[in-house]
Write a protein that binds this ligand. Structure first.
Ligand code: PLP
Length: 425
């Protein structure tokens, strides 16, 4: 069966043909591809066409598809039983490996997705502080829990209306939203509401509305103001954890949060999320404390094994330096292609995260992104599919580089982009 045939069948039985909306190619021309198998930096669709994959399941696959060591670890675990619903050793091993890499935390709780990690961390922050109010930033995505589905908001601290139908307005009443990169508004918010705030949550390198790298001054203000007002600082590291460096964002930025949320890489391609904090904060979570949180498949041994194998490999000396080298090569090549073809584009990059935006300056807030240019991305996406290069199917999404991408993959991609841009003029 072809991509086309699967797509027709899928739309009959799955709403919109998908199980997660951005997969449906609503933001780019053409129909979604159906993937059959993958290895390393490549995957193959149901038409038998092969692509270099720069989306990589949206970030988990930092070692590339079907990494042999991750697969072997998962299979070994699976042979011993796929789920126990009782304590098992791999949960302890992954927790120890995690905390060794994140020494600013003392305990970690595993869940099954990033959404669940953030939702639980917010509940814990509220329970631990005895306060209700949380603060997030426009353009930061923290999963699809009801009270986090707010992003709209201009002017000072909008107490937002939900972004999604089906979320009662009351559910988002205690979620305040501010623009990124605006220290003045942040200070004004804390002056008025700081003492009611349970937590400020931010992606330390916001990577869900393009890649909006923040000024150090802004992140420093987030740290200082929360500390001053007795609120908790949560880094949502579902993307950046084990991506921007071995220890996530904190050591890169020199800013330590009170809590962190994880997902994607920590499960090595299997469904895992996690949240972490000090012993003092974690003492509030059940069974130790009054904040309830549970999960039938939490700490699943197969997923723990895959996560453990992934952390082990990313912990090898030079691992992140090599990703940085590849990132720099890709960035330089794409920037040169843009300059050569007279395309107004910037490549924004943090290590192995990259984003191509069709404007001259890298934006630091969603408000500074020219949404009308997303159409150009759509054309690029479609033309690159023809040339065997797969980017995320939306101009608002970042790209991911893995250890499996070769120099040849990078060169082929740069060439494909350059040829595409040349064909436009
Ligand atoms: C992907 C993501 C989530 C949600 O994780 P899921 O596993 O998709 O539920 C939360 N926060 C950030 C920063 C993410 O990128």
């Amino acid at each position: 069966m072809s991509n086309r045939q699967w797509w027709e069948r899928a739309q009959k039985v799955l709403p919109g043909g998908v199980n997660s909306p951005v997969r449906s190619f609503k933001s780019v021309p053409g129909d979604p591809l159906f993937f059959r198998k993958a290895a390393g930096s490549h995957f193959t669709d149901e038409d038998g066409k092969n692509y270099i994959d720069w989306c990589l399941s949206w970030g988990p696959l930092i070692l590339g598809h079907a990494d042999p060591d991750v697969l072997a670890a998962a299979l070994e675990a699976m042979n011993e039983g796929a789920s126990f619903g009782a304590p098992s050793r791999r949960e302890v091993l992954l927790a120890e490996a995690f905390l060794a890499r994140m020494p600013h935390f003392e305990q970690v709780r595993f869940v099954s997705s990033g959404t669940e990690a953030v939702m639980s961390a917010i509940r814990l922050a509220r329970g631990a502080t005895g306060r209700d109010l949380i603060l997030k930033f426009t353009g930061c995505y923290h999963g699809h829990a009801d009270h986090l589905l707010v992003a709209a908001g201009s002017g000072l601290a909008t107490f937002s209306t939900p972004d999604s139908a089906g979320v009662p307005a009351g559910f988002t009443e205690s979620t305040a939203v501010l623009p990124l990169d605006d220290v003045e508004k942040l200070e004004a918010f804390f002056a008025e509401h700081g003492d009611q705030l349970a937590a400020l949550i931010i992606e330390p390198f916001p990577a869900n509305a393009g890649l909006l790298i923040q000024r150090e001054e802004f992140l420093r203000a987030c740290r200082d103001l929360t500390a001053k007002h007795g609120a908790l600082l949560i880094f949502d590291e579902v993307i950046t954890g084990f991506r921007v460096g071995a220890g996530g964002a904190a050591p890169v930025l020199g800013i330590t949060p009170d809590m962190g949320t994880y997902g994607k890489i920590i499960g090595g391609g299997f469904p895992v999320g996690a949240y972490a904090a000090s012993n003092r904060i974690m003492a509030n979570i059940s069974p130790l404390g009054p904040v309830y949180q549970a999960g039938t498949l939490s700490g699943n041994p197969v997923a723990m094994a895959a996560g453990l194998a992934t952390l082990e490999k990313t912990g090898q000396p030079g691992f992140y330096e090599e990703l940085e080298r590849k990132g720099a090569k890709l960035e330089a090549g794409l920037m040169k292609a843009a300059a050569d073809q007279g395309i107004a584009a910037s490549v924004v990059r943090q290590g192995s995260l990259f984003w191509t935006v069709f404007q001259d300056e890298a934006p630091r807030a969603v408000e500074a992104v020219d949404g009308s240019k997303m159409e150009i991305y759509g054309r690029l996406h479609r033309d690159l599919i023809e040339r065997g290069v797969y980017l995320a199917p939306s101009g608002w999404e970042v790209g991911f580089i893995s250890a499996a991408h070769t120099d040849r993959d990078i060169e082929t991609t740069i060439e494909a982009v350059a040829t595409t841009w040349k064909s436009w003029s």
